[in-house]
Design a protein around this ligand. Structure first.
Ligand SMILES: Cc1ncc(COP(=O)(O)O)c(C=O)c1O
Length: 380
């Protein structure tokens, strides 16, 4: 039993609150601010994170799937939950009965809601301004307005769009600027109505505040409502030094040595023998593998922390285990049960999700959301 339980994701909820405050302070006062807790709060545990965010002052939360929203409602979370995904028509009744706020992208979604609702019902709209994923086309804005005028039970609470290149939000000639202009065009069809406007992801927030070209006219502040995700979890949205925000990584992924073994020079480790000992080597086994979210692509390409030092993963990562070469450590110190940090801090060393991601050409989002269900989340 204990082997798998030795691997855990420690989630520091005080850092969620810290990151919430940092990002909130960077967005225009009074603007819409909706932290994203989709995908199990980017792998961190959605109910606990949602509660921490609400305690920190969050007044709404964002998810993508109906089951994500329902889980939050079942846990007693009462703030508005914005549902950013397109959901199947059969889930309309559930959306209404759970008071989930859909962010509609199609007229058929609005028609389904109008048919099913019995009392006035809050909605947001999304417009496509260049992401080309979800959202109404800008040219359909007058038609959408007309539909809402004919269905006064649908209460328009917000209109949003999503940036494809949030990293250039602060630049007057970036792609985001085109998206802002298209968004304002869509908004013209909704004159006379009172609603929130939200556009910025974490990169957009960081770019607007970190941009040397910061130009007040580039983005009208009244559309600068924000929906940060990755920044809430403590990863830097932008890599440039100037754009670093006061954010703290929330998740630490930890495990333990469960077995130690000496290999002679020439012996190999794991499937395919992709790592060979160049000398007598102390090899440790850790109970975490690709079924836990440790990408197999990291085989022979990543480091972990043990006794405050960086040590290499060696050999092919297995489904449930991976090995490390402990030869550089003081052998008299190393023993079964010693802590191994795959993401997080130990002593003076630190491994960020972003570092792990960069080793295999992906993003911190994928590293965080890959941490699988069987890894217990331990909340602090
Ligand atoms: C619609 C929408 N808004 C906001 C976000 C948050 O983005 P980020 O995690 O980059 O801050 C996402 C995530 O991809 C999203 O899909």
């Amino acid at each position: 039993v204990s082997n798998l339980l030795e691997t855990r994701a420690e989630i520091d909820l005080s850092k969620v609150a810290h990151n919430f405050r940092t990002l909130h302070q960077l967005t225009p006062r009074g603007g819409f601010f909706c932290p994203m807790v989709k995908a199990n709060a980017y792998g961190h545990g959605d109910v606990a994170v949602a509660r921490a965010l609400i305690a920190a002052g969050a007044q709404s939360l964002g998810v993508v799937r109906v089951d994500e929203a329902v889980r939050l409602r079942d846990a007693g979370i009462h703030v508005p939950i914005l549902l950013f995904g397109i959901f199947p028509e059969e889930q309309t009744a559930q959306v209404i009965s759970s008071s989930i706020t859909p962010v509609a992208s199609t007229l058929s979604q609005l028609q389904g809601l109008a048919r099913a609702m019995q009392t006035p019902f809050d909605i947001h709209l999304k417009f496509n301004t260049g992401m080309n994923r979800l959202g109404f086309d800008i040219m359909d804005a007058p038609k959408v307005r007309e539909f809402l005028d004919h269905h006064p039970g649908l209460k328009l609470k917000g209109i949003c769009t999503h940036l494809a290149k949030g990293e250039d939000a602060g630049s007057p000639d970036g792609f985001s600027q085109q998206q802002f202009l298209a968004f304002e065009k869509a908004l013209q069809s909704f004159k006379g109505l009172q609603f929130q406007k939200h556009v910025l992801n974490s990169a957009g927030i960081a770019s607007l505040r970190g941009s040397p070209n910061k130009n007040q006219s580039a983005v009208p502040t009244e559309i600068c409502g924000a929906r940060p995700g990755i920044g809430i979890y403590g990863a830097q949205p932008l890599s440039s030094d100037k754009a670093q925000l006061d954010l703290l990584p929330v998740m630490a992924l930890k495990s333990k040595l469960v077995l130690l073994r000496w290999l002679q020079a020439g012996e190999t480790v794991s499937y395919g023998g992709t790592w060979r000992a160049g000398r007598a080597s102390l090899i440790g086994t850790i109970p975490i593998g690709y079924a836990d979210g440790l990408f197999r692509l990291l085989s022979n390409r990543a480091e972990v922390l043990c006794h405050g030092q960086r040590i290499p993963l060696v050999g092919t990562i297995c489904m449930d285990y991976v090995m490390v070469d402990l030869s550089e450590l003081d052998k008299n110190q190393v023993s079964v049960g010693d802590e191994v940090v795959l993401i997080g801090e130990q002593g003076r060393e630190k491994i960020l999700a972003t570092e792990v991601a960069e080793r295999i050409g992906t993003v911190s989002y994928e590293v965080m959301t890959a941490v699988s269900e069987r890894v217990p989340r331990v909340f602090r």
